[in-house]
Design a protein around this ligand. Structure first.
Ligand code: ZN
Length: 242
């Protein structure tokens, strides 16, 4: 069956003399494809068979084995990202994360949130905010959603004083012990991150303090709740410091 899929190459493995086996992240999950002869300079498949290429792929689809790539057309070169080392780190991190999440929920929704995040970073919007938005949304699939409705200890919906990455959500005045106090703006904005439709984002005006607090909160939250360790996030947090 011939099929057209939009996706991003997430890994490439050399195969025989001039071919590669690609894993392509798509709306349908990760699809394995043989790209025959693509290492040859003359091959029309050469450019679309590189890692982190976003393209439309026409394939001979085989459900239970490798599919074969027939043709590919670049959708977006992601030039701005690929000419900026910091942005490449973000792309690698969110791609690694999505690879781990894609089979845990609605594949089409996950892929679309992922690719819209990538495209917004390519457009020049703040990569930390966008990455954090994706991280908050992915928590649903990782079985560790943040409780944005009430105090995680007693269920109280008012008198919320902070949010705790250790307790997993809001803490009210009565239950507060010694958790880090996050500014009200951080608490509200984190919920906005969760609710926003990434595709509709036009601009992001959030203060540096709020951005950094949310990024720290989510790094701690992922450490505590998801059991996901991604090397590229370490690299990312290091590169932000400089
Ligand atoms: Zn409480």
């Amino acid at each position: 069956m011939i099929k057209s899929i939009k996706g991003v190459v997430i890994s490439e493995t050399p195969y025989k003399e001039s071919s590669k086996i690609l894993n392509i992240l798509t709306e349908e999950g990760i699809i394995g494809v043989i790209s025959k002869g693509c290492k040859s300079l003359k091959s029309p498949l050469r450019v679309v068979s590189n890692k982190l290429t976003y393209a439309e792929y026409i394939i001979y689809y085989h459900e239970d084995s490798l599919s074969t790539l027939k043709e590919g057309n670049i959708i977006n070169n992601l030039t701005n990202i690929k000419t900026d080392l910091k942005l490449i780190s973000y792309l690698i991190y969110i791609t690694d994360l999505t690879k781990q999440v894609i089979n845990e929920g609605d594949k089409s929704k996950i892929f679309n949130d992922y690719i819209n995040t990538v495209l917004k970073i390519e457009e020049g919007l703040n990569p930390t905010i966008l990455t954090n938005i994706l991280e908050v949304k992915y928590l649903d699939y990782l079985g560790a959603p943040i409780n944005f409705n009430s105090c995680v200890k007693c269920g109280n919906t008012s008198d919320i004083v902070t949010i705790s990455s250790i307790e997993g959500g809001y803490i009210c005045k009565n239950c507060y012990t010694n958790e880090i106090i996050y500014d009200n703006k951080v608490i509200k904005m984190l919920k906005m991150y969760y609710l926003v439709d990434i595709k509709t984002i036009k601009e992001l005006n959030i203060s540096e303090n709020v951005i950094n607090s949310i990024n720290d909160f989510l790094t701690d939250y992922y450490d505590t709740y998801t059991g996901i360790y991604i090397k590229s996030k370490d690299f990312l947090n290091k590169s932000i410091e400089y």
